[in-house]
Design a protein around this ligand. Structure first.
Ligand code: BG6
Length: 515
């Protein structure tokens, strides 16, 4: 047998990457934030920036520039950041960290379409480079409604702010929705690509920043126990659920006209599906992971009769947490005629050898029974059960469940003999892994991880344009079908969705798991 001599061995790219245990600290840089008064900026982006500073992961001269049509001075914007940090940041407030961060806070007043305002922004950015040492490196964070992306992108280009340079970087961060359908997504991607080079575009899907989501690949590919069962021979179906107990929480302006499928299935749930179903990547480098994600997404098909295998609904008034709540059509800012769905469920199949015949059920909704996101791999029944019927009355299917949130961990469900029964009854039991019990450190917020990655120029957790476009390709026929077939069904707040959601899965002889 010929042996590969050590000097001829290909280096394992996984080992050759930087030691992942060393904390990664961003170099000199700043963020320019568009949409400073929005919910996302105040509840997620600003607190995450502070948390990064508090963990020592931002450079000492870091700068945060707010851009908005407000008659504000730097101090007014700093006050807004301060308040949102105090209210929403994960880590404790420390005066000295805040002081250092606030010294780099600037505000530029202007209309998103006003070229002069961008000239002023350029002046502020240049000044920060000179006085705070941001080194010309700036990320433009578009936390604004998607309809405003074009005007900002065009102005960033025209003002020279987006200009690439060998000794500095300019990046753009885009929040979803990336378009409204495939056609608009392509137009948006073309526009972004005409302003920034592909490596400088960071599309945020915050689910990919969650530790529990990143753990899907780790658990699947770091172990031997699971992967041999992870296929159509053993898996009966996969259920991916993202349920929320809140309503639209004052976000009618964003949500109405978008709905649950565009808001959550197009991005978060299809990403979870890709991570659950993809083949093992050659390495965990961004390029290799994306190849496998795209491959599996390309293999996704819809059932022929979309109406029978999908469901949508709108929450009606009801009770939640002991309090009466309004229905979607009574929410402030929602048209009483609105046909926007607040619940969406659909079956998809994956047309490859591993998953042939295994349905993947995706569902999401607002004002459901409780807040929970999970990926449940439900196994087939044992091919032979040497028990009498009465002994296995309480035995269900085995399941492997990634508990994404809020109770982060993994559950394995299997049958076990009930002790002290002479008849030997077998009943389902759970084996649980809880993050809190196994690890000391609490997980950073998804936005901390993602914003740091933007500043480091590290793209593996950001969907590429191809992934976004394939996801629309999957969803568009369902959205078209719904648009042509009446209105969403009403469902009671605090329940688990419309009748049609139970019917669609019952048609396949299955039931939704009760998370
Ligand atoms: C966002 C959606 O992407 O995710 C919201 O736009 C939703 O409608 C939110 O409420 C839920 O995020 P998380 O991290 O709390 O599951």
């Amino acid at each position: 047998m010929s042996r590969i001599r050590p000097e001829h061995r290909l280096e394992n790219p996984l080992r050759s990457t930087l030691d992942q245990r060393v904390p990664r600290v961003a170099g000199p840089c700043g963020i320019v934030l568009f949409g400073v008064t929005g919910d996302l900026s105040r509840k997620k982006v600003m607190p995450a920036i502070y948390d990064l500073a508090n963990r020592g992961l931002l450079p000492p001269g870091f700068a945060l520039v707010g851009f908005a049509r407000r008659d504000w001075e730097d101090e007014d914007f700093a006050q807004l950041v301060h308040d949102s940090v105090r209210e929403h940041s994960r880590t404790p407030f420390r005066e000295e960290v805040w002081k250092q961060l606030s010294e780099g806070i600037r505000f530029v007043e202007g209309d998103l379409g006003d070229a002069d305002a961008y000239a002023r922004l350029k002046g502020v950015v240049d000044d920060l480079d000179a006085t705070r040492g941001t080194g010309g490196n700036h990320a433009f964070y578009l936390s604004i409604p998607p309809g405003l992306f074009p005007v900002v992108l065009e102005n960033l280009k025209a003002s020279g702010l987006a200009e690439d340079h060998p000794d500095r970087w300019r990046r753009v961060v885009i929040e979803k929705p990336f378009g409204h359908d495939l056609e608009s997504a392509i137009a948006l991607n073309d526009l972004v690509d005409s302003v920034f080079p592909p490596g400088a575009v960071f599309r945020i899907d915050h689910y990919l920043g969650k530790e529990t989501v990143q753990n899907i690949l780790a658990v699947r590919f770091a172990n031997t126990m699971f992967e041999p069962l992870w296929n159509a021979h053993y898996v009966d179906n996969v259920q991916i659920t993202m349920a929320e107990d809140i309503g639209i929480a004052g976000r009618a302006g964003y949500y109405d006209g978008i709905g649950a499928a565009r808001d959550v299935i197009q991005n978060h749930l299809l990403q979870l599906l890709a991570l659950t179903a993809m083949e093992e990547p050659l390495t965990l480098t961004p390029g290799d992971v994306r190849i496998e994600k795209e491959k599996v997404l390309r293999a996704v098909t819809l059932p022929r009769e979309i109406g029978k295998h999908s469901s949508r609904g709108q929450y009606a008034e009801g009770w939640q947490g002991g309090l009466p709540v309004r229905g979607y059509l009574e929410e402030d800012g929602v048209s009483p005629e609105s046909a926007t769905e607040t619940y969406a469920a659909m079956r998809v199949d994956i047309d490859n050898r591993r998953w042939a015949g295994v349905p993947f059920y995706l569902r999401t909704g607002k004002r459901l029974g409780r807040r929970v996101t999970e990926v449940a791999v439900v196994f087939k029944r044992a091919p032979h059960l040497p028990f009498s019927e009465s002994m296995i009355q309480e035995l269900g299917n085995n399941a492997f469940v990634f508990r994404i949130q809020p109770d982060e961990g993994i559950t394995v469900r299997f049958g076990s003999k009930v002790p002290n029964t002479t008849t030997g009854q077998v009943r389902d039991v759970n084996m649980d892994f809880q993050y809190g019990e196994s690890f000391v450190d609490s997980s950073p917020e998804a936005y901390e991880r993602l914003i740091l990655d933007v500043l480091l120029g590290d793209p593996p957790l950001f969907p590429r344009r191809e992934e976004v476009e394939i996801a629309w390709q999957i969803l568009d026929p369902v959205l078209d079908y719904w648009a042509d077939h009446g209105r969403p069904e009403q469902y009671a707040s605090g329940g688990w969705g419309p009748e049609s959601s139970y019917d669609m899965i019952a048609r396949d002889g299955r039931m939704w798991r009760r998370p």
